[in-house]
Design a binder for this molecule. Structure first.
Ligand code: HEM
Length: 202
């Protein structure tokens, strides 16, 4: 109980990130006759595939945006929690991978390389894998200054993901604004002013 109370941020993120998986699981049907296959359930004659792209893609981009707001949140409020950030990072990677797996399942891997927007998403997924594996204190201590350089690839991943969504003509502006404002706060002169003001008023 004590551990849960101490890590409540981590628990909240984990619950928020995993509960929608139940909805996703209800949209597919596992079939074990004649080997193993996954069928996309039809609701009112419409396949759930489009909905699956929507749900998994939206959660992927939302968690990605959330991770990138951790540093701006620290600049503004002085609160930083590695476990929460790590849980958000895992949520981003898991939802992105799920999104990609559904795509491969429905369209096939080769289809990924047929459109610029898919290729952008694919490179973002490739970037997320090492980021996922090194988002912990052990890797931080092991990689030292290289860790920061590696993590900065998250900016490229978010750029490529936004490009992917913008080219698909889906909602991307709100995420770009949140991430963009976060970058503004990181500019050293702005960041230092905010931190100085925050510590003075404490
Ligand atoms: C190989 C990688 C990827 C592939 C093949 C892929 C493919 C797709 C497809 C087929 C759609 C549906 C398009 C439509 O309804 O017209 C979609 C939508 C979307 N994808 Fe991806 N995607 C990839 C990676 C990503 C990544 C890394 C993110 C974000 C982190 C992402 C976020 C989204 C979002 C937000 C949508 C729009 C969902 C909606 O509002 O309907 N995708 N993607």
């Amino acid at each position: 109980m004590k551990a849960i109370r101490r890590n409540y941020g981590w628990v909240i993120v984990t619950l928020l990130a995993s509960l929608p998986l139940i909805i996703v699981a209800n949209m597919v049907e596992m079939n074990f006759t004649n080997g193993f296959s996954i069928d996309f359930v039809e609701v009112d004659g419409v396949s759930s595939l489009g909905m699956l792209y929507h749900v998994t893609g939206e959660f992927a981009i939302r968690w990605m945006t959330a991770v990138l707001t951790c540093t701006p949140f620290f600049i503004l409020f002085g609160v930083n929690n590695l476990f929460v950030r790590q849980a958000m990072g895992i949520a981003t990677a898991v939802w992105s991978l799920l999104h990609f797996i559904i795509f491969i399942w429905a369209e096939g891997l080769a289809e990924t390389f047929t459109q610029v927007n898919y290729i952008a998403g694919f490179i973002a997924v490739l970037i997320l894998i090492p980021l996922l594996m090194t988002s912990n204190r052990k890797s931080m201590n092991w990689l030292k200054s290289t860790w920061k350089k590696l993590q900065s690839f998250a900016y490229l991943a978010v750029f490529l993901s936004l490009l992917h969504v913008a080219l698909l003509d889906k909602t991307w502006m709100i995420y770009a604004i949140v991430v963009g404002l976060g970058f503004l706060l990181r500019i050293p002169i702005i960041k230092n002013k905010i931190i100085a003001w925050r510590t003075k008023t404490r």
